[in-house]
Design a protein around this ligand. Structure first.
Ligand code: ATP
Ligand code: MG
Length: 443
């Protein structure tokens, strides 16, 4: 029988690396609490049409990266993990319902916002999530088929102030604080505005015209994009095309007055808060519902997949999936890439160090050793419990690898109530009465 392995593009996360994941999540939760965000957990799979409408049919995600299936109950066979064919979107009846593993979480959050009528509270909703997402991409460093995102959304009716540029600036400032507190030094905030949908449509035409005389010298992808979706030319990574792209008109010149004002207010607030950013005219994210502010935080330590996170304002998204007017702004951070960055910065997961290793001397004290371990653990100490079948030398070797101290428990110690404790760092051996053990080990 061939050995079973994790499916391509998925991976196991093991200790001690998982302690780094836990630290990232704990820091994120602490920051979200400080900024008064609450957690939302949406289902892992949703109706396919949510993503078709909420992310956009023309995006890479929807056109080629989704894991879409029709439940076996309905079609009488196993899961069919085909890509998302357009004809299979939006089956309404339960029989033909097409489902998709979530490739991102914003669409799900906005669906929940609409479904639970969160807008009717009149309050701004500040929601964060942490969880797995699924995309059928070519796996490589920093790019997986199951990956994790930490993200947040600020969304609400306009009367709650959801359109204010201060919300954009506050989210960006929060991200800068989060990355700083995680110890991710050397990040760059790339910032742009894509204006209102009409601005972007106008810019697309401007680009189309500007591309006509030069596109013949560009890569094949760009030749296609110049016709289908000129904006995407700005995503081109082919080195030879870069000098040509640098001469193309920028979207800033196509923005209406309101969008220009909004962007100026965002940057003024960032300047006042001391958050550095780069205006990046090429940051035109793909979604139809993105409006005004778009951003990415990048890090050089990541190589080709250098985006730590991406986000932007999506004032039209709620209406696009059948909800009320609910402007919002949000981001999604690649947790896998945060881990890679911290590892590149050499903040490897600390080797685990427990407070004490209990070494029972002989199997007759095993049960008493469990009782002692319970006592110490309930007092908040991290304890590793050895086994009475170990020779003392083997217990010492095992303890030295994992613990600060070893606590020896034999028949004598059990009778006298005085335990022998050795500290590995100092080499000092002490006799400690059982009643004082917790305090002793806490020092
Ligand atoms: P990229 O250009 O790297 O494909 P994207 O525009 O598809 O990114 P978003 O949809 O904005 O990415 O997702 C936000 C973040 O999630 C990214 O900045 C990245 O950190 C992370 N991310 C996206 N796709 C993957 C993946 N396949 N594996 C790991 N992390 C990912
Ligand atoms: Mg992608």
């Amino acid at each position: 029988m061939s050995t079973l392995k994790a499916v391509r593009g998925t991976r196991d996360l093991l200790p001690p690396e998982t302690s780094l994941w836990n630290r990232i999540e704990a820091t994120a939760r602490a920051i979200f609490a400080r900024y008064n965000f609450g957690e939302i957990r949406t289902p892992i799979f949703e109706d396919t049409s949510l993503f078709a409408r909420g992310v956009g049919e023309e995006t890479d995600i929807v056109s080629k990266e989704m894991y879409t299936f029709t439940p076996a109950d309905d079609v009488g066979r196993g899961l069919r993990g085909e890509g998302c064919a357009r004809s299979r979107h939006g089956g309404d009846s339960e029989k033909s319902q097409s489902l998709t593993l979530r490739p991102e979480n914003t669409a799900g959050v906005v669906r929940a916002y609409i479904e639970h009528k969160l807008g009717e509270t009149g309050q701004l909703q500040k929601l964060y999530y942490i969880g797995p997402q699924f995309r059928r991409e070519r796996p490589q460093k920093g790019r997986y088929r199951q990956f994790f995102q930490v993200g947040a959304e600020v969304i609400g009716p306009p009367s709650a102030g959801s359109e204010s540029p201060l919300r954009d600036a506050e989210v960006l400032e929060m991200l800068a604080t989060l990355l700083d507190e995680l110890g991710i030094t050397g990040w760059t905030l790339e910032l742009n505005s894509v204006g209102a949908p009409a601005d972007r449509a106008r810019y697309n035409e401007t680009l189309r015209a500007a591309l006509v005389p030069v596109v013949g010298q560009m890569c094949e992808d760009c030749q296609r994009r110049a016709i289908t979706n000129p904006l995407r030319v700005l995503d081109c990574k082919v080195p030879e095309d870069q000098p040509i792209i640098a001469t193309l008109p920028v979207i800033a010149d196509s923005l209406d007055e309101e969008s220009k004002k909004h962007f100026a207010a965002v940057t003024a607030a960032l300047d006042a808060a001391g958050v550095p950013y780069n205006r990046n005219h090429r940051l035109v994210r793909g979604l139809d519902y993105y409006t005004r502010t778009t951003f990415e935080f990048t890090h050089g330590g990541l190589g080709a997949q250098n985006a730590l996170l991406g986000g932007g304002r999506y004032d039209g998204l709620s209406e696009a999936i059948g909800g009320p007017k609910a402007p919002g702004i949000g981001f999604a951070m690649g947790e896998d890439r945060l881990v890679l960055t911290l590892q590149a910065l050499d903040q490897k997961a600390a080797p685990p160090q427990v407070d004490a290793y209990i070494a029972p001397l002989g199997e007759s004290v095993n049960a008493a050793a469990l009782a002692l371990a319970r006592e110490l653990r309930r007092a908040g100490l991290r304890v590793e419990l050895g086994d009475g079948s170990f020779r003392l030398k083997k217990s010492f070797e095992a303890a030295d690898k994992t613990a600060r101290r070893i606590v020896i428990l034999g028949e004598d110690e059990l009778q006298s109530g005085i335990l022998t404790v050795k500290d590995f760092a100092t080499g000092v051996q002490s006799k400690v009465p059982r009643a004082e053990l917790v305090n002793f080990l806490k020092q």
